[in-house]
Design a protein around this ligand. Structure first.
Ligand SMILES: Nc1ncnc2c1ncn2[C@@H]1O[C@H](COP(=O)(O)OP(=O)(O)OP(=O)(O)O)[C@@H](O)[C@H]1O
Ligand SMILES: Cc1ncc(CO)c(N)n1
Length: 433
């Protein structure tokens, strides 16, 4: 797969072309590049910019288009109008995914777009975008609208869509309750994508995000799937950001662990939690993790046996297998259908003590009442699906935890959901100690 990155050089490799090469190579993509400017910057400050000549930008693009089959393009820093026109001329007829990250200012305050060229950016670059990914500040500058109670994100995104961007994501539109949310406007729909906010200023998250979107689109995922993928990918890269220089940390992509490795390492950690045996129910525990977009329990990795209690210890009886779990995997499938970012789940023993800790935590909790289960659901044996869907309906946002108090002959249960097994362990640590 060949992806072309058009943008500026960042010698610190935190953003721009160098960051794209690093990130794409971890995803096994061959990165082609066309440099629009050389910047001097590092993790503390921004120096100067020297845009390249339109001639050499044109030559770079021509040399690539005459040789390679290009599967997707990411456009980052384009400093001035002359360069924008070259890019427009070369790209306007292409029918491949193009993601535009309209960078205006670096995190360290450097100017990445000449102010007088904003108009040209609107005219030549925005119409190329399959997806345009401004942050709030960039969206306001490009639309010339300040977001307020009167001018909603929808108004601003629609203005940008009218300029020719097919889909618009305004990143960081809302930051509250430890969540950071992006506003999405597709052709005929709009929605928010939220995730936990990491309290870390970093260099490179915008570049990583837009690059991850184009990677996912090239892999034939639709817009929504690609945005969820990119959000999760960027989230991990911020979490894993490293202080390579003396200034702010640079986003860093963890070498991808396989689904098996991730789940297996979380299961081992789970069994070692002090006193965790108290949380293993009569019917024992399963811990599951799914592939992207699971269709059935066969796409969900789980333990073919269970995690069982042995006195005051907890041991794993069985192997990791796709299709290894039925109950917990079915609960995960129901959640994942509504909240595609949720890919992992575990069931724990229902105890009043745990419930009161859950209620004191900031986790979102919902429940369902098995006594209210309709007879036809019982007959069809689809209790879990019905229960999880009822609990989802009872909750305003994506639940971290769903429980039920049982029914005649049925053990009550708590299920913890999360994006990854690691994310689940973090939630468990808040409710079991
Ligand atoms: N501290 C954070 N915690 C969690 N997610 C974050 C955080 N900061 C950014 N994100 C997410 O990362 C993605 C990229 O957005 P970001 O705001 O970094 O872009 P940006 O400001 O345009 O960056 P740049 O100016 O480098 O292009 C978005 O999905 C955003 O919600
Ligand atoms: C070259 C370049 N592109 C993009 C950004 C935005 O992070 C930056 N700081 N530098």
């Amino acid at each position: 797969m060949n992806i072309l990155s058009i943008g500026g050089s960042d010698p610190s490799s935190g953003a721009g072309i160098q960051s794209d090469i690093t990130m794409f190579s971890k995803l096994n993509v061959h990165t082609l590049t066309a440099i629009t400017a050389i910047t001097s910057q590092n993790t503390s400050s921004f120096g100067i910019v020297e845009p390249v000549s339109p001639k050499i930008l044109k030559k770079q693009l021509e040399s690539l288009f005459s040789d390679f089959k290009i599967d997707g393009i990411k456009i980052g820093m384009v400093y001035n109008a002359k360069l924008m026109k070259v890019i427009y001329q070369q790209l306007k007829k292409l029918k491949i995914p193009i993601v535009v990250d309209p960078v205006i200012k670096s995190t360290t305050g450097g100017k990445l777009l000449e102010f007088k060229s904003v108009k040209d950016f609107q005219k030549y670059i925005i119409p190329l975008a399959t997806v345009l990914t401004p942050n709030k500040f960039e969206a306001e500058i490009l639309s010339k609208i300040k977001i307020s109670s009167k001018n909603t994100p929808e108004t601003v995104a629609k203005t940008l869509q009218k300029m020719g961007a097919k889909n618009v994501v305004i990143t960081g539109i809302e930051e509250n309750n430890n969540k950071v949310s992006d506003f999405v406007l597709e052709k005929n729909s709009m929605y928010m994508i939220s995730d936990e906010k990491i309290s870390k200023i970093n260099h490179g998250s915008g570049c990583t995000y837009s690059a991850a979107i184009v990677y996912s689109l090239v892999n034939k995922k639709n817009i929504k799937e690609s945005l969820y993928f990119a959000k999760k990918f960027t989230h991990n890269s911020i979490k894993n950001a490293k202080k390579f220089g003396r200034g702010i940390p640079i986003t860093n992509i963890e070498n991808k662990k396989s689904i098996e490795e991730e789940l297996s390492s979380a299961i081992t950690k789970f069994t070692k939690i002090n006193g965790i045996y108290k949380n293993i129910p009569e019917c024992q525990t399963n811990f599951v993790f799914s592939k992207q977009k699971p269709k059935s329990t066969k796409d969900v990795l789980g333990i073919s046996g269970r995690i069982v209690r042995a006195g005051k210890n907890v041991i794993v009886a069985g192997n990791l297998e796709y299709g290894g779990s039925k109950h917990v995997a079915t609960a995960l499938l129901a959640m994942n259908k509504k909240y595609p970012q949720i890919c992992s789940a575990i069931n724990l023993k229902y105890q009043n003590e745990t419930i009161s800790k859950i209620k004191k935590s900031k986790l979102v909790v919902s429940n369902y009442d098995r006594n209210k289960e309709p007879q036809d659901v019982k007959n069809k044996g689809s209790t879990i699906k019905w229960g999880i869907n009822s609990a989802i309906k009872n909750s305003k946002s994506c639940p971290d935890i769903i429980y039920h108090k049982g029914d005649f002959g049925k053990e009550p249960m708590i299920i913890v959901f999360g994006n990854t097994p690691k994310n689940i362990l973090k939630k468990i640590s808040k409710i079991t100690r």
